[in-house]
Design a protein around this ligand. Structure first.
Ligand code: NAD
Ligand code: UGA
Length: 433
């Protein structure tokens, strides 16, 4: 399908805004990305990409003539056919989504005298679209359309996820606004789900909740495996081959983190509660996840007794590999718990700087983090950890204990390298013959 180039203004130069802008430019559209952070915009103008997302820098460079960056609202909006909202929606104290950045964007919009559609990419509670519609109408912007087009990309694979999505969801109040948003994606092959705005908003929250439920489910199965001698890796393989279940999101570990799952679980929980519904299953998913992070501390206690003055190496700070994002990362909870128990914490990550982690010493390599330590914990499954010379790392430690929080390593090889190895949901010792 040939593309009719549009002018797209994107508010928010974060993970979603930059990926959306780069991908829409790659489809042939002309994009202006606006952020309130002057330093960020200046860096982007110099060609520096402020986040680590594989393939993003290359895509922005390849489409440089169709992408501009600005802090100026009018410059962004000038001639725009679409205004994308891709700002953060972090949790407030109550767990509700903080929509202040979304409202800032809507309230900053100048008078627009041409056909234009505001497209909500940020994850927002059900009902937000109706409120935005009302606010636009109040301001006399009745000709400005509104569509919800939630984002399903995952960090680390965001560019591929955007250009080859499982589906594109578009909810609109007016048919023609939805049609325009769908047409903007010409060139991407994907099923399209057209629906009302509230349903589009709920699809986003429900999709994340379904993925989190699978993770907490497999983590609980892992905990029962530990108590009964089964191996969760084989169990996940065995259940995942059932086509009705499928293999994705069945990796047991030390719980989900990131900028989205934790906040979106709270936002959906609060949305339900505010509407008078107690979302029991979601509450359990959240609680299981909190306990899962802390189970690592119990494992360390079993091997080392008191953790006071013990040195623990945390390998990986990002909430998952291929990102520099540490928002709600299990590493932060673990570091905090370990320091509170009186342990010394040394950490390594190939991308995250980590120097802002209070009380944690940052090491340049996994071996440097582990030298002299009483235990190593694999927090993030960075692939480079597979190739570490574990025998020499173990020899350099005070006690060679390895807690593999992501079931990354082969227990047989690691035990052969001299370690006391414990994964998540795997038999505690060598299998009995
Ligand atoms: P982010 O924090 O990385 O980026 C948000 C950006 O918006 C920041 O640079 C901030 O300075 C900017 N901003 C704030 N107010 C602004 C304004 N008035 N005008 C212009 N820019 C402004 O956030 P993110 O991770 O990109 O997430 C954005 C939204 O997308 C959230 O609602 C999130 O839940 C959702 N989402 C994120 C992902 C992801 O992978 N990170 C995936 C799907 C959905
Ligand atoms: C997630 C969703 O996968 C995206 O579809 C969604 O768009 C995004 O949230 C969002 O709304 O922002 P993301 O948080 O980037 O993407 O990363 P995931 O790959 O989903 O991982 C989230 C967390 O779950 C990580 O901490 C990861 O380690 C954990 N996880 C994931 C597991 O513990 N087990 C698994 O099997 C899968």
């Amino acid at each position: 399908m040939s593309v009719t180039p549009s002018r797209v203004a994107i508010f928010g130069a974060g993970y979603v805004g930059l990926v959306t802008g780069a991908c829409l430019a790659d489809l042939g559209h002309s994009v202006v990305i606006r952020d309130v952070l002057a330093d960020r915009i200046e860096a982007l103008k110099r060609g520096e990409i402020p986040i680590y997302e594989p393939g993003l820098a290359e895509l922005i460079a390849a489409n440089a003539e169709r992408i501009a960056f600005t802090t100026d609202v009018r410059e962004a909006i000038d001639g725009a056919d679409f205004v994308y909202v891709a700002v953060g929606t972090p949790p407030t104290y109550s767990g509700d989504a903080d929509l202040s950045a979304v409202w800032n964007v809507i309230d900053e919009l100048p008078a627009i005298d041409r056909a234009c559609v505001v497209v909500m990419k940020s994850t927002v509670p059900v009902g937000t679209g109706s409120k935005v519609r009302h606010r636009l109408d109040e301001r006399g912007l009745v000709q400005v359309g509104y569509a919800s087009n939630p984002e399903f990309t995952a960090e680390g694979t965001a560019v591929a996820d955007f250009l080859r999505p499982d589906r594109i969801v578009v909810g609109a109040f007016r048919e023609e606004d939805g049609d325009a948003v769908v047409a903007l994606h010409a060139g991407i092959e994907s099923p399209v789900v057209r629906c009302d705005v509230a349903s589009a908003e709920m699809i986003k929250l429900a999709a994340n909740a379904a993925l989190m439920t699978r993770i907490s489910f497999i983590n609980e199965i892992a905990n029962v495996c530990e108590a009964t001698g089964a191996d969760v890796v084989r169990v996940a393989e065995g259940i995942g081959l059932d086509r009705r279940i499928g293999p994705s999101f069945l990796r047991a570990g030390i719980g989900f983190g990131g900028s989205c799952f934790p906040k979106d679980s709270l936002a959906l929980k609060q949305l339900a509660a505010n509407s008078g519904y107690h979302f029991q299953l979601l509450n359990a998913v959240i609680e299981v996840n909190e306990l899962q992070k802390r189970r690592v501390i119990g494992k360390l206690h079993r091997h080392l007794g008191s953790l006071r003055d013990r040195r623990v190496a945390l390998l990986g700070l990002a909430f998952k590999p291929d990102t520099d994002d540490t928002r709600e990362a299990p590493s932060i909870v673990l570091a905090g718990r370990l320091l509170a128990e009186g342990a010394e914490v040394r950490a390594w990550d190939p991308i995250v700087d980590g120097h802002d982690l209070y009380g944690v010493e940052i090491a340049a390599s996994p071996a440097a983090a582990a030298a002299g330590a009483d235990a190593v914990v694999i927090v993030t499954e960075w692939p480079e950890l597979i190739d570490v010379d574990w025998a020499s790392v173990g020899a350099s430690m005070r006690t060679p204990v390895l807690i593999d929080g992501r079931n990354l390593l082969d227990p047989v090889l690691i035990r052969a390298a001299g370690f006391q190895y414990e994964g998540i949901g795997r038999a505690a010792g060598p299998p009995e013959d």
